[in-house]
Design a protein around this ligand. Structure first.
Ligand SMILES: Nc1ncnc2c1ncn2[C@@H]1O[C@H](COP(=O)(O)OP(=O)(O)OP(=O)(O)O)[C@@H](O)[C@H]1O
Length: 230
């Protein structure tokens, strides 16, 4: 399917999200419309507490909006049961967080392989594809290392490989290099963006770093609960 006919990777319409903090209702998102096309890279910037993680949690089906609708790869998710939402999360979404969240007792290869096995790929193919992506990301000599035996930058590269190996319809990243020193962060981010572009994936990436945001196709600024395109 060409990009012209493929459904939007993400379509959020009229999204509002409020939290109760004690008796006080906090309106974090106040009417967000966001469309992300297949293959499009979108940066999400905004001050601390502006709601970037909240927005990603909603797009990632980890929480539900107070109002509004969400569609992932053309499928509206609001009325779906929790198990179907989990299924969409596993098959269509990829996540990268500030901390790697790799399974500590498994090797780099096994951590990446697992993302494919969960999607139903057979063991042999999963091992081959996991190895290929780790080699592509410069980790060919780290395949059998457990996370504790890897540097911060290496851990994050494995986490990125795990998130993209199954070619999700939408990749969601929350400060993906926020835990690394500036130089390592720059290198890992560049690799991340080139991997995502090579695979033609759509991504929404929250970052505080405006120079990293500048590498994306679009920059969206979240402020006072609404999005502005900059
Ligand atoms: N589960 C929750 N219950 C109550 N308040 C919440 C909850 N989750 C988030 N908030 C509040 O919503 C606001 C937005 O938080 P969020 O984590 O989305 O911001 P952010 O832009 O990602 O911040 P940062 O850049 O510091 O990570 C904050 O004021 C936060 O305290």
């Amino acid at each position: 399917m060409s990009n012209a006919t493929a459904p939007l990777a993400l379509e959020m319409t009229g999204i509002c999200k409020s939290f109760f903090q004690g008796h006080k209702e906090l309106h974090v998102l106040k009417g967000i419309d966001l469309s992300v096309k297949p293959g499009e890279l979108v940066a999400l910037v905004g001050a601390s507490g502006s709601g970037k993680s909240t927005l990603l949690q909603l797009a990632g089906l980890l929480d539900k909006p107070t109002f509004g609708t969400i569609a992932i790869a053309g499928e509206r998710v609001a009325d779906l049961k929790d198990d179907v939402r989990s299924q969409i999360r596993r098959s269509k979404l990829g996540f990268v967080y500030q901390f790697h969240h790799l399974l500590p007792d498994f090797s780099a290869l096994e951590n990446v392989q697992m993302a494919l096995r969960i999607g139903g790929v057979d063991t042999k193919t999963a091992a081959k594809e996991a190895e290929a992506i780790l080699v592509e990301m410069g980790l060919g000599d780290r395949l059998s290392h457990n996370p504790a035996e890897l540097s911060g930058g290496e851990q994050q590269r494995v986490a990125i490989a795990r998130a993209i190996v199954a070619n999700p319809s939408l990749l969601l990243a929350d400060e993906p290099t926020g835990n690394l020193d500036e130089e390592t962060a720059g290198r890992v981010f560049e690799l991340f963006v080139s991997m995502v572009r090579n695979r033609g994936l759509a991504a929404v990436i929250a970052t505080h770093d405006l120079s990293l945001a500048g590498q994306m196709d679009r920059q969206l600024h979240l402020s006072a609960g609404v999005l502005h395109e900059s």
